[in-house]
Design a protein around this ligand. Structure first.
Ligand code: FAD
Length: 456
């Protein structure tokens, strides 16, 4: 990767970045920083920028959410334009048309769907993907679901990654802690009325193999009026828990936190979070037409880093089940796709079609490397892609374009939500919050977002 700016002695290079999440913003930033003659349009199907920083990061993680401020400065750069409400693909602007309007297109579309467990009962009412629950409390305008916590006393969260920790924590949070966040009002009201007192977070492997990070894990122990319970004998089935000396530092720290909880006295609390390991879900069991329990098979280490079933089973009562076993990219019209990894094949960010570089097409972020890493991981990933693109620029720039892509979009009947439209949404969210006696509160549906953006 070249560390010095690439200088091109030719005309303006027009680049479309599809997706305004971290990878889209960092790609735009890297392009304008490295090349003084590049103009970048950042398009997003939503009228709001920032991708999962706005619609994934939990509302109570205000410090991480505040990263939006630095992403904002990128989208306000004089050579960057935000064009919201423009979907690429079916129902929106065809990908082929986009390629005609720009010298290069960088797809930064993230990983929009969730993996399935593939077990009986998964579709029972009361069983949801963590994505659905996250979209609901994040006010994603596509979220149609509701009633997650209604009637539930016990919840099972399947998975032991950071998203599983997020949803577990949100179920245990009280209204006093959530009210100052930007959580939409219907979700706040529902969580305030929730009678879920017991949340079981369950992994099929051992504690040393869990994917949560120590900071997120430890935070569970600092929730008001909440006890974190672990089963000491279950933890001890993991050889690396008993002797963590060979573990990498992050996993060793996780083990230390769990040991602390194992040694702690039980104390009566309004909420109890129970962390369980070596349990593989095999079936969701119905009760009165909806989920009533999850049946797990006990597993043991297989000596090769995995686990095997033992034929012993355990049922955990749950009227709410949240499945958090990973995100997956979805194919984008006209782009090659590897269904196994949910990513677009690439070489240094250049899209590969049948093993050959497709000129002018690039990827960055989760759709490039899969749903891993933290927000900051997207920065070097985006820089690699931007550098590849600028290395190709002297060839790409020779393509004749029909003029300003915005005019071409408008001529085709597409009226994007520009930066001023997004600022109007922000103002409407501040106004809504003030009317509710809260800070900024997110608008939860397409109509109110578009009304605000269009000044209606
Ligand atoms: C629930 C959850 C919580 C997380 N919390 C944290 C956290 O606390 N800290 C942390 O460091 N990381 C966190 N992450 C990870 C972080 O959010 C990701 O690393 C990051 O968002 C990935 O960036 P991205 O740009 O590739 O994708 P995204 O952020 O998903 O952005 C993709 C963008 O593309 C747009 N798009 C998709 N398809 C199209 C299309 N066809 N046309 C136009 N636009 C399109 C989407 O609307 C979206 O805005 C979390 C992830 C999840 C799922």
């Amino acid at each position: 990767m070249s560390a010095t700016p690439l200088v091109r002695s030719s005309a303006v290079l027009r680049v479309a970045v599809v997706g305004s999440g971290p990878s889209g913003c960092y790609t735009a930033q890297s392009l304008v920083q490295q090349d003084p003659d590049v103009l970048v349009d950042v398009l997003d199907r939503l009228p709001c920028p920032y991708g999962l920083v706005r619609y994934g990061v939990a509302p109570d993680h205000e410090k991480i959410k505040s990263l939006q401020t630095s992403l904002r400065t990128i989208l306000e750069h004089e050579r960057v334009r935000f064009l919201g409400g423009v979907g690429i693909g079916p129902g929106g602007v065809p990908a082929e048309r986009l390629r005609e309007l720009y010298h290069a297109v960088v797809y930064c579309v993230g990983a929009a769907t969730d993996r399935h467990l593939g077990i009986p009962g998964e579709e029972l009412p009361g069983s949801w993907s963590a994505t659905e629950f996250v979209s609901w409390y994040s006010a994603h305008p596509d979220s149609a679901a509701d009633g997650f916590v209604a009637g539930a006393r016990s919840a099972v969260v399947i998975g032991v990654g950071n998203v599983a920790v997020d949803v577990t924590r949100m179920l245990a949070r009280g209204v006093t802690e959530l009210s100052p966040t930007d959580i939409p009002h219907p979700a706040l009201t529902a969580l305030a009325a929730s009678r879920v007192t017991e949340v079981h977070m369950v992994g099929r492997r051992g504690p040393s193999q869990a994917r949560f990070t120590t900071k997120e894990l430890r935070e569970l122990g600092s929730l008001p009026d909440t006890e974190v319970a672990v089963h000491a004998e279950e933890l001890a089935r993991d050889p690396a828990y008993l002797d963590p000396s060979a573990l990498p530092a992050p996993q060793r720290r996780n083990v230390e936190v769990l040991r602390g909880w194992a040694a702690a006295e039980s104390r009566p609390s309004a909420h109890r979070i129970s962390l369980r390991f070596f349990l593989r879900p095999v079936e969701l069991l119905a009760n009165g037409g909806r989920v009533g329990a999850v049946r797990f098979e006990r597993t043991v280490p297989d000596g090769r880093g995995g686990v095997r079933g033992t034929g012993e089973f355990e049922e955990i009562e749950a009227q709410l089940v949240l499945r958090s076993v990973g995100y997956l990219g979805v194919p984008l019209e006209g782009l090659p796709f590897d269904p196994a990894t949910g990513t677009v094949p690439h070489l240094g960010g250049r899209v590969l079609r049948e093993g050959t570089v497709a000129p002018g097409e690039y990827v960055a972020g989760w759709i490039k490397r899969g749903p891993t890493g933290v927000i900051g991981t997207n920065r070097p990933c985006a820089k690699e892609t931007a550098t590849s693109l600028l290395e190709d620029a002297s060839t790409l720039v020779h393509k004749d374009l029909p003029g300003d892509p915005l005019e071409a979009l408008r001529a085709a009947g597409v009226e994007p939500v520009g930066w001023s439209g997004w600022c109007a949404i922000e103002a409407a969210e501040a106004e809504l919050g003030a009317s509710l006696g809260r800070g900024v509160v997110k608008l939860p549906d397409w109509q109110s977002l578009m009304n605000a953006a269009r000044g209606r």
